[in-house]
Design a protein around this ligand. Structure first.
Ligand code: RP5
Length: 159
């Protein structure tokens, strides 16, 4: 005797439907944020890499120091909006990746950037991003290596 397929669990289906209600089908999976429009020249390498891999992403400029409320709101809503990974680039006292990580459970990849006021070739930003306190991790790629952040984001999405 052939086995009958299990009847649909309507409660589960309804719960799943409501979870995805309002979420765009092609919502961005990766958010690329940076502390200044002056960071765009370095950070566009991440966007190019994601484009080449046909990974839907969005790009925003927001500073942890200059626009703290915007950063908080963005990070808090990121998961609900369908984002799976956030790439955050910043220079100098590069707080942006850490502040984003403080407000979301999504993986955050920090990109330390050089800027006109950097010291020690971007070591300031590198340490700001890498030296997160225990319990609030931020992955950190090399200085100005936004492309690697996108490659890592792609690998996270593939898991
Ligand atoms: C950081 O300060 C930004 O990420 C940028 O790398 C650096 C300098 O910002 P601008 O003065 O060039 O806007 O917040």
């Amino acid at each position: 005797m052939s086995e009958q397929p299990a009847p649909p669990d309507l409660a589960t289906e309804t719960a799943v439907e409501s979870e995805f209600a309002g979420m765009e089908v092609d919502a961005p999976r990766v958010g690329i944020v940076m502390g200044s429009k002056n960071d765009m020249a370095s950070m566009e390498a991440a966007a190019k890499e994601l484009e080449a891999r046909e990974i839907h992403h969005e790009v925003r400029v927001m500073s942890a120091h200059r626009d703290p409320d915007t950063v908080t709101e963005y990070a808090k809503n990121a998961k609900m909006r369908g984002l799976r990974v956030i790439i955050a680039g910043a220079g100098l006292s590069a707080a942006l990746p850490g502040v984003v990580a403080a407000h979301t459970e999504l993986p955050v990849i920090g990109v330390p950037l050089t800027s006109s006021k950097s010291i020690a070739g971007g070591l300031d930003a590198l340490l700001s991003i890498a030296q997160m306190p225990p319990g609030v991790p931020v992955a950190c790629v090399g200085v100005d290596n936004a492309r690697n952040a996108a490659v890592l984001a792609a690998r996270i999405l593939a898991t």
